[in-house]
Design a binder for this molecule. Structure first.
Ligand code: AP5
Length: 230
């Protein structure tokens, strides 16, 4: 399946994508993670993206579409993927249609959540600088500021400051929220309540995905090709 997770910063897209990877056996394609990896590696894209990301603005459409187009071509994404943080503009959604053609997106899941919940989550989020594992005040790293998974340093993200969070939320409303209606218009949208324990939210997502799977018509078996004997 090809799934999009839509929702404001802090809705839990990354948290849920990781759980869905385990469940569905398809990769998470997070543009935020890919861009942060480019920044850490000091690539030309990373050098350009760093200041934009730190201040909570959007990286240019063409750069992000290019990254996704390349990633979708990789072997592990052939049987499906979970897009986390992409598309974020109508232009990106249109380009996604073009780069996945003649395939298609099966489902866009909108993680619905009140702004005050998001603000609390982002203020409390800490991430591992090495492997990207997320922590919250409810589930902090067991070893203080060291990651449980890899031992890396656990810090606050540069774009989780008050000013950057405000800018990200404003941009979300202006640029990304219109995609909810866009995917509704394409009959791809399912809304899921993103408030509650991550396991409860995940159970809602799995139900939404299973419902959509059952609604997808099974293609008829391919007819055997005729061989002609000389
Ligand atoms: P990106 O990394 O995609 O950031 P974002 O969309 O702002 O999303 P977040 O990662 O902040 O939140 P999330 O929804 O994944 O929540 P999470 O699971 O972490 O993008 C970063 C930047 O890259 C952008 O600002 C932009 O500059 C650039 N960029 C990326 N994609 C782009 C694109 N397509 N176009 C242009 N620019 C792009 O959860 C948040 C916290 O809450 C965590 O601490 C978590 O532990 C906790 N939590 C999660 N779920 C729950 C729950 N159910 N209950 C309690 N706590 C929870």
């Amino acid at each position: 399946m090809r799934i999009i997770l839509l929702g404001p910063p802090g809705a839990g897209k990354g948290t849920q994508a990781v759980r869905l990877v385990e469940r569905l056996g398809i990769p998470q394609l997070s543009t935020g993670d890919m861009l942060r990896a480019a920044v850490a590696a000091g690539t030309p894209i990373g050098l350009k993206a760093k200041a934009i990301m730190d201040t909570g603005q959007l990286v240019s459409d063409d750069v992000v579409v290019g990254i996704v187009a390349d990633r979708i071509e990789e072997e592990d994404a052939r049987k499906g993927f979970i897009l986390d943080g992409f598309p974020r503009t109508t232009y990106q959604a249109e380009q996604l249609e073009a780069i996945t053609s003649p395939g298609h997106i099966d489902l866009a899941i909108y993680l619905e959540i009140p702004t005050e919940v998001v603000l609390g989550r982002l203020a409390g989020r800490r991430v591992c600088t090495e492997c990207g594992t997320n922590y919250s005040p409810q589930s902090p790293p067991k070893a203080g500021t060291r990651c449980d998974v890899c031992g890396g340093e656990v810090v606050q993200r540069k774009d989780d400051t008050e000013g950057a969070i405000r800018r990200r939320l404003t941009l979300y409303e202006q640029e990304t929220a219109p995609l909810i209606a866009w995917y509704q218009g394409h009959d791809k949208l399912v809304t899921v309540d993103a408030v509650g324990h991550p396991d409860e939210v995940n159970a809602r997502l799995i139900r939404a995905i299973d419902d959509r799977r059952q609604a997808i018509p099974v293609p008829p078996p391919a007819r055997p090709t005729r061989t002609t004997n000389a």
